[in-house]
Design a protein around this ligand. Structure first.
Ligand code: HEC
Ligand code: HEC
Ligand code: HEC
Ligand code: HEC
Length: 436
């Protein structure tokens, strides 16, 4: 082979090598991150009980993150929590909230908080040692910034701001102003808004100027089954009780941003991570122990003096209504709590037993399990001859059948519990909706 051919071959090989190195660099400069967002968890370590096939809980998040990470080799996953984060109701709230905080620390969460969390005041620092994020509150950071791109010196770098908002009643206009200011200060950057934000405010935010890639929010029961695109920005609502998660894949390449959201329920079908589940079960056992002590004490107090006489005392004179009631879900409403380690949880018993909090359940002498007759008709101590209460309509039901815990409640439910002597429509089969 002549010298010339040899050097031509050598130079071509060199050129190919350089081209490969450059393209590898360019590929490397494309940075992809994935936000894994959950919200409105309110201390629910395990899937919340109310509603058919409830979803949520912490241990399944680990399984999900592992799966997402396998499917997206090379992309870094950032778990993010949005308001409301902690419980302020449970008698063991410190233990529950510390368990949440410990989980966030181990999983490297970015934690945004909301107004309800703020009521926990200096306890917040005890629950979670990392930074909390919240806009317009000087005690917390307001944004988390990612630098992306820039593998070779000639490729531009880009900055992505995660902004953490929590809307309160008179607060939405200042949040809009806050976002406008951020955009004005960072003209070439991209934004993702996270937090507790109403659909109304989302509408305003997406119509502002600025490169808003997505809004991922909680707002009561508002959920989006599929991410929606509004004015060029994605909008996702997660609903309540930490039941749903969203992922947002963000990539930056050659000065251009791409964002792709997905959302789904954290179903019970997803296998929980065993190690986390073990930790949580231990905590719940401890919580249950404390609850049991509270309930045992109440049992003795309530049996000394109570206004209630228990459903079985009505049985002899109201055989028909009693039998219908005995076959209803109201009869077993206390028992259903057992499946969730919540048998003695005051937070649940207020809606899952008779007269809880007003000297009724629990009682050593009379049985006030379930939603008994006196839940709806009032105390039966002096009846007869005193008349019992009969309220028409669904008003008395709504104290328990709240939007949050019974979202499909409607007038049809009255027919389902009908136990009057009037002729019943045997064909009533109102199907109670199933969320998922
Ligand atoms: C504000 C009242 C309220 C509170 C508080 C409440 N529940 Fe419920 N729960 C309900 C109502 C109402 C239903 C029936 C919902 C329906 O079918 O529409 C229900 C249903 C359930 C069911 C039955 C679901 C099914 O598919 O049969 C379980 C289990 C349950 N709740 C567990 C809990 C647990 C555990 C707690 C405490 C962490 C709790 N609930 C707190 C009102 C409440
Ligand atoms: C969830 C609420 C609820 C529970 C629990 C309940 N009731 Fe009622 N009850 C009602 C309502 C509402 C009416 C009125 C229905 C109507 O007039 O359409 C009613 C009506 C009645 C009446 C009047 C019947 C008639 O023929 O006019 C009797 C008697 C009665 N209930 C007894 C009982 C007894 C006994 C129990 C327990 C075994 C019980 N109820 C449990 C809500 C309840
Ligand atoms: C000793 C028998 C007896 C017992 C026990 C009894 N009831 Fe009654 N109840 C009656 C009679 C009698 C009436 C009146 C029927 C009528 O006027 O049509 C009545 C009427 C009612 C009514 C219709 C409204 C009213 O006051 O007229 C309700 C509701 C009711 N009872 C609920 C209960 C519940 C709940 C219990 C258990 C806590 C209970 N009753 C226990 C005998 C009894
Ligand atoms: C003290 C709280 C409370 C009150 C008051 C109450 N409920 Fe309920 N109700 C519950 C709970 C808790 C359940 C779930 C029980 C279960 O699944 O074990 C339930 C379940 C039901 C169900 C069965 C739904 C299902 O998923 O199978 C119907 C129907 C119903 N309630 C109707 C009513 C009506 C109508 C009223 C008012 C007249 C009423 N309830 C008042 C707590 C209450």
């Amino acid at each position: 082979m002549s010298k010339i051919i040899k050097s031509v071959l050598f130079i071509s090989a060199l050129i190919i090598l350089i081209a490969v190195i450059i393209s590898l660099q360019i590929l490397k400069s494309e940075r992809k991150i994935i936000l894994f967002v959950t919200g409105d968890t309110e201390g629910y370590l395990i899937p919340c009980g109310c509603r058919t096939s409830p979803s949520g809980g912490l241990s399944r998040r680990v399984t999900l993150m592992e799966k997402i990470s396998l499917e997206n080799k090379g992309a870094k996953i950032y778990p993010v929590e949005i308001p409301d984060v902690f419980t302020d109701r449970n008698p063991s709230k410190d233990l529950i909230n510390r368990t949440m905080g410990d989980f966030f620390e181990r999983m490297n969460y970015i934690v945004g908080i909301g107004e309800r969390d703020l009521s926990l005041k200096e306890k917040l620092k005890e629950y979670y040692k990392g930074d909390y994020y919240l806009a317009l509150n000087k005690d917390f950071k307001d944004e988390f910034v990612f630098e992306m791109g820039g593998g070779l010196s000639f490729t531009k770098k880009g900055r992505l701001h995660l902004l953490f908002l929590c809307e309160t009643e008179d607060f939405s206009s200042s949040l809009e102003e806050y976002y406008k200011k951020k955009v004005a200060e960072n003209k070439n950057d991209a934004f993702v808004i996270l937090g507790k934000v109403s659909p109304k405010l989302v509408e305003k935010l997406v119509s502002e100027k600025g490169n808003l890639l997505a809004v991922i929010a909680t707002w009561e029961q508002t959920t989006t089954s599929l991410p929606q695109k509004a004015m060029g920005s994605w909008a996702v609502f997660l609903g309540d009780k930490g039941r749903k998660y969203a992922t947002l894949e963000v990539s930056y390449y050659g000065g251009k941003w791409e964002a792709w959201p997905e959302t789904a329920y954290i179903d019970r079908d997803i296998a929980p991570n065993e190690e986390e589940e073990g930790k949580i079960t231990k905590v719940l056992d401890e919580v249950e122990k404390k609850n049991r002590e509270i309930i045992e004490k109440m049992k003795v107090e309530n049996s000394q003096q109570t206004l209630y006489s228990g459903s079985s005392s009505c049985k002899d004179c109201h055989k028909g209504p009693y039998e219908i009631w005995q076959n209803s879900n109201h009869f077993s409403a206390t028992k259903v709590l057992e499946i969730d380690h919540q048998k003695n949880n005051p937070e649940c018993l207020i809606c899952h037993s008779t007269g809880f909090g007003s000297g009724g359940y629990p009682n050593d002498k009379i049985d006030l399990n379930g939603i008994g007759c006196e839940s709806c008709h009032g105390s039966g101590k002096n009846h007869p001859p005193q008349k019992m209460k009969i309220e028409k309509g669904t008003k008395p039901c709504l104290q328990c059948h709240t939007k949050r815990d019974s979202p499909f409640f409607n007038d049809g439910f009255l027919l389902l519990i009908d136990h009057t002597s009037r002729k019943k429509n045997k064909n009533i089969g109102v199907i109670v909706g199933v969320q998922n």
